[in-house]
Design a protein around this ligand. Structure first.
Ligand SMILES: *Cc1c(COP(=O)(O)O)cnc(C)c1O
Length: 225
């Protein structure tokens, strides 16, 4: 079985290769290690191999891990669904939030970060495929949400996050990202961050312009259920 350090090296190599292959600037794609349900030991292995950005979905679980690694220079990204009574703990523990989909959540995160006097990096989550089961604002509602989030002084809107339906082929994966890419290119060229691509489809995501691929099982192996 492959180890976390081996997989990390292989992923980095692939990312570099895809950057080159799709005419992306060198180092324009960051790897976010999605460590939900993974152990402290796995995170430690990735950290010791040079990984510094980790994504978590479940607040309680994440807080324990963040506390464990509090002396380390790690940037923590919240990528899970946000309940409004959890915004204080999210504001206090995370450096980035990828899953802004309601104005009320943005409002609360902003209030908490104002007290801390520390800007929070945020992304608006877009429901690219329009599936009812998926979180995120629709592409139609995106401009209005962008306008609202930009009014919050302690939130720095960096771009968008998306998680389309899963497809097996590169071609279909690529196509599934395109509506989001077209909307961003047309209306929000100022964004510097595009969080798309997981273990299954990060090659297609890099092809269309991802700046942050969120990889869990491809780095840590299967998640314990
Ligand atoms: C779990 C998760 C990922 C990582 O998925 P893998 O298939 O393990 O790479 C990425 N993004 C979000 C929002 C997730 O919940």
């Amino acid at each position: 079985m492959k180890s976390v350090p081996d997989r990390l090296q292989a992923l980095k190599k692939n990312i570099q290769e895809y950057e080159q292959c799709f005419d992306r600037p060198k180092k324009s794609v960051k790897l976010l290690a999605v460590s939900k349900k993974q152990s402290i030991d796995s995170i430690k292995l990735a950290y010791e191999s040079g990984q510094r950005a980790f994504g978590e979905n479940y607040l309680q679980e994440a807080i324990g891990k963040i506390y464990h690694f509090k002396e380390k220079d790690i940037s923590w990204h919240f990528i899970g669904k946000i309940q409004s009574n959890k915004t204080l703990a999210i504001a206090e523990n995370f450096d980035w939030v990828h899953t802004i989909e309601r104005e009320k959540i943005a409002f609360r995160l902003n209030e908490h970060r104002a007290k801390m006097k520390k800007v929070l990096n945020v992304l608006i989550q877009v429901n690219i495929s329009g599936e009812d089961s998926k979180s995120g604002v629709s592409l139609e509602a995106l401009p209005q949400m962008v306008a609202r989030v930009k009014t919050f002084r302690w939130l720095r809107l960096r771009g968008v996050m998306g998680m389309p339906a899963q497809y097996d082929s590169f071609k279909l994966q690529r196509e599934s990202f395109m509506p989001l890419i077209e909307a961003i290119n047309s209306y929000h060229p100022e964004f510097d961050s595009l969080s798309i691509g997981t273990s299954q489809d990060y090659k297609a995501a890099i092809a269309v312009g991802s700046t942050m691929v969120r990889i869990g099982e491809g780095l840590f192996g299967p998640r314990p259920s």
